[in-house]
Design a binder for this molecule. Structure first.
Ligand code: ADP
Ligand code: MG
Length: 472
């Protein structure tokens, strides 16, 4: 089935876009913040002669991306596909959950057209550290304190624990700690920071190009070897053999080895017993899911840092902080991502989002029921609020007391549903789409000038979204 699908998708094109490469370009051109908050969520669906289909998980993200970044995105993808004229987005409600496990580096590795040419070049790459992941900005609590202390200890007292093996679920801060160790050592030691997948990739590549000697030299010369995501190592015997010897040689000469994985050594699969037992031979420590206290601490620290960077003091309300802490419990990565988004939103709209806006912004991260708001529901709620009948709202009468509610309902239909302007027009007694645009613009303008109206609309929004949630 997959095969036939593939054929269908690609029948009219020769070159295939390497999406991982495009994603790397996004990261480069837009910067980490925008990339992590928005663009990373874009999945590639299919490629045609002069357009491509991408998908994201919510309408909100699609609208955000298309309204702000689409032109640049088009230019960037054009670098890889000259014929490109347009980009289409679909909404796939599950899209962002599926590949959460693989971070960008891993995805890059998995792509076949990887163009790291030389061990030498790539060796340099493995010493590039992310300056955002340091000990100083690692927030500690009960669940990760030991891992933090042990990682620091390693930088002060080399090979005190050897190897140090840190394990825990996705987004718990393992890579952050390895990175922090690397930063501390990088100025006076030869540090090799590599994911297990990369290690395998380099191994196979060196084998093919008869560069095994170089490969061994590079690894065996390091003073500090940091291997991330060891669970992805599942290579052939020969590779494990090489790894085993590298490990022993390094340990013998007193080099520090730090390993991270998603499970304890004895639970690793497709890895030789003797290697597992080596991994258990130093200190094995786990990072558990953050408790309530740590989540709060992270929310506070991160939001303070981010608002500082923005120079303007934006203070996220306690209500939103509690909401985040209650809704995003398992992964620190998601928690940090959520705060990033709230700060992006605040920067653009110059205000902290309220609760219903937060729910929309973070919809794909939260396990809230689907937002199935209909125009009909909006009309009902708006009529109730303004105490008019639906007939009046849908009539052609232009009395003042009808015009504002009508415009409000149209405005909410535009912002809370994905209906097009003509569709909205039709739902309001076949009004023209220009009338819809006019209503939306009028309310947008009024919201800026009239605080009471703005508050009323927020309340209405809450009511519409909240009611719907209750129903399901
Ligand atoms: P893992 O490697 O365990 O999947 P990462 O180290 O990549 O997780 O962490 C995911 C994100 O969360 C990163 O942006 C990281 O900086 C952040 N993070 C994780 N733990 C903490 C923490 N204790 N304090 C501050 N930021 C953290
Ligand atoms: Mg990681």
């Amino acid at each position: 089935m997959n095969n036939s699908l593939d054929q269908n998708f690609n029948h009219d094109n020769q070159t295939k876009i390497n999406w991982n490469e495009v994603q790397s370009l996004f990261q480069e051109k837009f910067g980490v913040e925008i990339y992590e908050s928005w663009l990373k969520k874009i999945d590639f669906v299919e490629e045609h002669k002069n357009y491509i289909l991408l998908s994201v998980s919510t309408r909100f993200i699609r609208d955000w991306i298309t309204s702000r970044y689409l032109d640049q995105i088009l230019q960037i993808i054009k670098l890889k596909k000259k014929e490109l004229i347009r980009i289409e987005f679909s909404i796939n409600h599950n899209s962002n959950k599926s590949n959460k496990k693989l971070d960008t580096a891993n995805q890059n590795f998995l792509s076949k057209n990887n163009n790291v040419s030389f061990i030498k070049d790539s060796y340099l790459q493995y010493n590039r550290f992310d300056s955002n992941k340091r000990f100083e900005n690692f927030v500690t609590g009960k669940s990760n304190k030991l891992a933090y202390v042990a990682s620091k200890k390693v930088t002060e007292d080399v090979a005190y624990y050897n190897p140090l093996y840190i394990y825990g679920g996705v987004g718990m801060g393992k890579t952050h700690l390895l990175n922090a160790i690397g930063i501390n050592f990088k100025d006076n030691k030869k540090v090799m920071f590599i994911s297990a997948e990369r290690f395998m990739y380099q191994f196979v590549k060196s084998l093919k190009s008869n560069d095994m000697v170089k490969f061994k030299d590079y690894f065996r010369n390091s003073d500090v070897l940091l291997i991330d995501d060891i669970q992805f190592m599942n290579g052939k015997e020969a590779m494990q053999e090489e790894f085993f010897h590298t490990f022993n040689a390094l340990k013998e000469k007193g080099s520090q080895i730090v390993i991270s994985g998603d499970r304890p050594p004895n639970k690793l699969v497709r890895i030789q017993e003797r290697i597992k037992s080596r991994f258990s031979g130093g200190l094995v420590i786990d990072i558990q899911s953050p408790d309530d206290e740590l989540r709060k601490k992270i929310i506070n620290t991160k939001s303070e840092q981010l608002t500082l960077i923005n120079s303007e003091q934006l203070i996220i309300t306690e209500e939103i902080k509690n909401f985040l802490s209650n809704e995003i419990k398992t992964s620190i990565r998601e928690l940090v991502g959520a705060i990033n988004r709230i700060v992006s939103f605040s920067k653009i709209y110059n205000k902290i989002p309220n609760l219903s806006e937060t729910k929309i912004i973070l919809k794909d991260l939260l396990n809230l029921p689907e937002n199935n708001v209909t125009i009909d529901l909006i009309q009902t709620e708006v009529c109730k609020f303004f105490k008019i009948s639906k007939n009046e709202m849908l009539s052609s009468r232009r009395s003042r007391y009808l015009v504002r509610p009508r415009q409000t309902a149209i405005y909410l239909s535009k912002s809370l549903t994905s209906k097009s302007l003509p569709e909205i027009g039709r739902a309001f007694s076949n009004r023209d789409h220009t009338t819809v645009i006019h209503s939306v613009k009028t309310i947008e303008k009024l919201r800026k000038e009239d605080n009471d109206l703005s508050l009323n609309i927020d309340n209405l929004k809450n009511k519409i979204l909240y009611n719907k949630n209750n129903e399901i």
